[in-house]
Write a protein that binds this ligand. Structure first.
Ligand code: T4K
Length: 369
């Protein structure tokens, strides 16, 4: 019997590497509250991204929520519904109103040509998502933001380690955040990173992530607890060393899928500009056109499951359709996002996935049984 194959499997470093750091933690009893390993990880990440402005956090969601809070926004925020719950929740939990913009068919990122129509005198920011690590149209978004004096905060949860047009993807926008969750291409067990280019706003994120405490007797902001702990940080220090070799292993599997699935009628993979993008290959979404393929996405998911392959419907339903937002009447004229969310299936892609298993997955998709 085949073993279960999940959409992803967390990357773990060699155990001895993690144990070396653990011994030191056992010596010092320094477990959290921006300890030395969290600071070391921050420095190594700055070097890795060639950036001076970042802060590790307990998870990616809190990095996003705190970054939005630090921007002191009000009113409406234009965003995409083709994303994980976190993006929309981070906006709403900041007391802001999400205005949903449709996405591009080609790469599932926010459609920049549809943003301006949604801008009102209440709009203060755009929160686009580099979904599956596909970069948004950063130039067009920047031009719109400049023209209308809006902040741009990228949800780059999926895009850690990527370079776009010769620079780290973290450099685009006023700010961005990454997720270092176990399921991501780089993990700190749970974890995240806020990258904020304005020093004053970054300082605010730093204060907010420790309850808004300024010193022992002075609390200036309504913050929360979003601090990374030392066990997370050492996982990051270990995994960072292996990031590039792991990325290349996933590239091999992704390229294999591309080669094998390109001839299957009714199955589409996203295209991207290879000359300008260093992708991290975290996700492999495929899109099932039921009229051409002869089976719909849900049926294909069932077939894969009957072979113990757990593909996932990232992202279905779109966030504007969540039960918790039904009563809100948020603007959401998003036909492309609605259609693609019914077609998408994210198939297994992770560092340790054997090529034989990828081959088996391709055969099942090709044979539909
Ligand atoms: N923005 C975007 C666009 C995001 O996608 C996310 C997170 C965020 C913001 C927020 O970042 P974080 O606060 O999470 O850092 C998973 C992840 O939990 C979530 O991080 C991620 N996006 C989302 C797309 O996927 P689930 O509910 O689908 O995870 P789960 O538990 O079903 O795991 C998926 C598969 O991975 C499992 O079937 C088996 C495998 N797995 C998972 C874990 C946790 C393992 O093998 N080992 C593990 O420890 O959300």
């Amino acid at each position: 019997m085949n073993e279960e194959i999940y959409v992803t499997k967390p990357v773990l470093p060699p155990m001895e590497e993690y144990m070396e750091y653990l011994k030191d933690i056992w010596e010092t009893h320094n477990l959290t509250n921006v300890g030395k390993y969290t600071r070391q990880l921050m420095i190594e990440l700055m070097q890795f991204m060639n950036s001076r402005h970042c802060l590790p956090t307990v998870n990616g969601h809190m990095a996003l929520e705190m970054t939005i809070q630090a921007m002191e926004l009000s009113g409406e925020v234009i965003t995409t519904p083709f994303t994980f719950a976190s993006t929309t929740h981070a906006i709403v939990r900041n007391g802001l109103t999400p205005v949903f913009c449709d996405i591009r068919e080609s790469d599932c990122t926010i459609d920049p040509d549809k943003i301006e129509d949604l801008i009102t005198d209440k709009t203060t920011a755009i929160v686009p998502v580099h979904v599956y690590g596909m970069p948004c149209d950063v130039e067009k978004i920047e031009a719109i933001a400049k023209k209308h004096n809006l902040k741009v905060i990228y949800d780059a949860a999926h895009a850690f380690g990527e370079e776009y047009k010769g620079k780290s993807i973290s450099k685009y926008g006023d700010a961005c955040m990454f997720s270092f969750h176990a399921t991501k291409s780089f993990n700190t067990i749970e974890g995240g990173l806020a990258v904020v280019h304005n020093t004053k706003a970054l300082t605010r994120v730093y204060q907010l992530h420790n309850f808004g405490i300024m010193d022992e007797e002075n609390v200036e902001f309504v913050g929360a607890n979003a601090k990374m702990n030392e066990f997370q940080a050492i996982m990051g220090l270990c995994n960072l060393k292996h990031f590039e070799e792991n990325r290349l292993k996933r590239k091999e599997i992704y390229d294999y899928y591309r080669q094998e699935l390109s001839s299957v009628e009714g199955i589409r993979m996203l295209s991207y500009d290879e000359d300008n993008l260093k992708l991290n290959y975290s996700y492999c979404p495929i899109f099932v056109d039921p009229d051409v393929y002869g089976m719909n996405r849900d049926e294909l998911a069932e077939v894969l499951l009957s072979h113990h392959i757990h593909a996932r419907k990232y992202f279905y339903p779109i966030t504007s359709q969540f039960a918790c937002y039904q009563a809100e009447n948020y603007k959401a004229d998003v036909p492309v996002a609605e259609r693609l969310s019914k077609q998408v299936l994210t198939i297994p892609l992770y560092t340790d996935l054997a090529l034989e298993d990828a081959a088996r997955i391709c055969n099942i998709i090709r044979d539909k049984q």
